[in-house]
Design a protein around this ligand. Structure first.
Ligand code: SAM
Length: 240
């Protein structure tokens, strides 16, 4: 293990996540694929090894510091991009049945390649807009946990993500600083999409000390038929 891997394993250990040498290797493989594919397509602006481990891998895994992944079976990651947060979560918690939704087909192709190389089972990638995919059979009111990182403001994100969560399931939005402001703006969309705020967790990344927040929302009822609205509308005309 190199130095980056050593502190990564230690930081996870400090958060009660123990990973094997095989899982450490999977993260290394993922890092190498990310850098290789990033040369020909836009996957991430962060490429330095330590920074990827902190700002992508550790940050993605922070969801599991606050939510019990042992109690989660199905996970949907909306707007996953290069695989964050779901691939780090899948590596650490292989029991998860992961579904990724992203509107950019090139990123979906990258994710399918990563899944094959890392031998990730129960891993499905769907190319499409969340607004359309949420109306496909088996996708609506279906997942134990739905998450999204760096996709949209919460007012729009509620409409993109809450339709995927099952009744009594959870939507956890991964955010940076100023989540209070976003929460105020998102009150209406949360109520219309049958979400109820449970709590917000605030923390900092270990080295960069950048502020992060995770907004945990409980899904209280079935998604009303009119939501999500047509693709593009939630972002252009958020329910505020
Ligand atoms: N979650 C990743 C992360 O944290 O690095 C990627 C963030 S990237 C800024 C946003 C991603 O959301 C892009 O890959 C984009 O294609 C996807 N996206 C944006 N709007 C979407 C929508 N309505 N449905 C599905 N994917 C969407």
């Amino acid at each position: 293990m190199d130095q980056t891997e050593q502190w990564f394993v230690q930081l996870l250990h400090d958060n009660n996540i123990m990973i094997s040498d095989y899982q450490v290797k999977q993260f290394d493989q993922y890092y190498r694929l990310l850098i290789e594919w990033n040369e020909t397509m836009n996957l991430t602006g962060i490429t330095e090894r330590e920074a990827v481990y902190e700002k992508h891998f550790y940050d993605s895994l922070s969801l599991s510091f606050f939510l019990d992944m042992g109690a989660v079976s199905s996970l949907a990651d909306i707007g996953s991009g290069a695989g964050f947060p779901s691939i780090p979560l899948k590596i650490c918690f292989p029991h998860l049945k992961v579904t990724i939704v992203d509107s950019l087909n090139k990123r979906i192709q990258f994710l399918q390649h990563v899944a094959a190389e890392l031998k990730l089972a129960d891993f499905t990638c769907i190319h499409g807009r969340a607004e359309d995919v949420a109306r496909l059979p088996g996708q609506r009111d279906a997942y134990d946990l739905v998450t999204a990182r760096a996709v949209a403001r919460l007012s729009a994100l509620n409409e993109l993500c809450l339709p995927f969560a099952r009744i009594a399931g959870v939507f956890a939005a991964m955010k940076g600083a100023n989540s209070e402001e976003e929460l105020l703006e998102a009150r209406k969309s949360m109520a219309l999409l049958k979400g109820q705020l449970r709590e917000t967790h605030l923390f900092k990344l270990p080295f960069e000390q950048a502020d992060r927040s995770i907004i945990v929302i409980d899904k209280k009822g079935a998604t009303p038929l009119q939501y999500p609205r047509k693709a593009g509308v939630p972002l252009k005309q958020p329910l505020v």
